[in-house]
Design a protein around this ligand. Sequence first.
Ligand code: PBG
Length: 338
Amino acid sequence: MVPAMPISLPAAFPRTRLRRNRADAWTRRLVAENTLTVDDLIWPVFVIEGENRREPVASMPGVERLTIDLLCEAVASAASLGIPCIALFPVVGSDAKSEDAAESYNPENLMNRAIRAVKAAAPEVGILGDVALDPYTIHGHDGLMRDGYIQNDETVEVLVRQALSQAEAGCDIVAPSDMMDGRIGAIRDALDKDGYQLTRVCSYAAKYASAFYGPFRDAVNSGGFLKGDKTTYQMNPANSDEALREVACDLQEGADMVMVKPGLPYLDIIRRVKDQFAVPTFAYHVSGEYAMLRAASANGWLNYDKTLLETLMGFKRAGCDAILTYGAVDAATLLQRG
Ligand code: PBG
């Protein structure tokens, strides 16, 4: 717990003029409290079957689904910009979807082939693999459904197999985004038992049932499949104390990093988590937040470059150690230009 800041009463105006420290670029740099660098960025990417093919995502201008060969090239150029890590999402056809989501742990599924290829092409880049069943279930939910309810413990068994298959393919960080109870501990134990002690677990710890995921569901083609909503497992946006309980449970179960998602509407949660636990804390600047910046700038209402960097700095100020953002390559390019 970070102690409350001691407040000494400052001298009043006119002795105190806060604008003095803003008067020149060099003082502004000296007194800056936070920095944003390329080291803070995780780039989410979408992979599709095939070769030498790219598909734009209509609701996410600037984002493309890529075949494995093109993805490898894109990750290599992200690496040359200094981006430390990518987050990988597979876009699979209806032939890969089933009631039991068995394709999720197929060692030869699209995700695992992409992990192996990207690791070979850019070994210096970390790979974060999404662990959840939504690409592989016919109803688009993150877990197995019985009697209209997403079953917790049965789903965890499948998630464990999915996480192990990703670790075996060379994934550096497995990131359960499903919000089942107890999955972090089950995955940690299974990884350790099979010799993957160094595979990290990043928990989507406080993941809210949010309408800001809409463009992502277009991107992975799961939106059309989704029946109902995810409110019986993702968090209620009204809750904040509950996010601390989620994080506490996941840390006790062995999470190495925790994530808050979405980002901007939940900066208060990031700050509370960081203050309370002082652990590596990530935010997901999600698809809908990215789409808003792109849509407004396409209309000439906002400057995309400036609002992107300002948004990412906001995450740093709130206490984030790293940020997943579809604007990672844009931000890295802007930061390099200075
Ligand atoms: C699925 C998953 C989702 C996102 C990441 N993993 C969507 C959902 O929970 O429905 C959303 C990411 C985004 O909106 O950018 N487990």
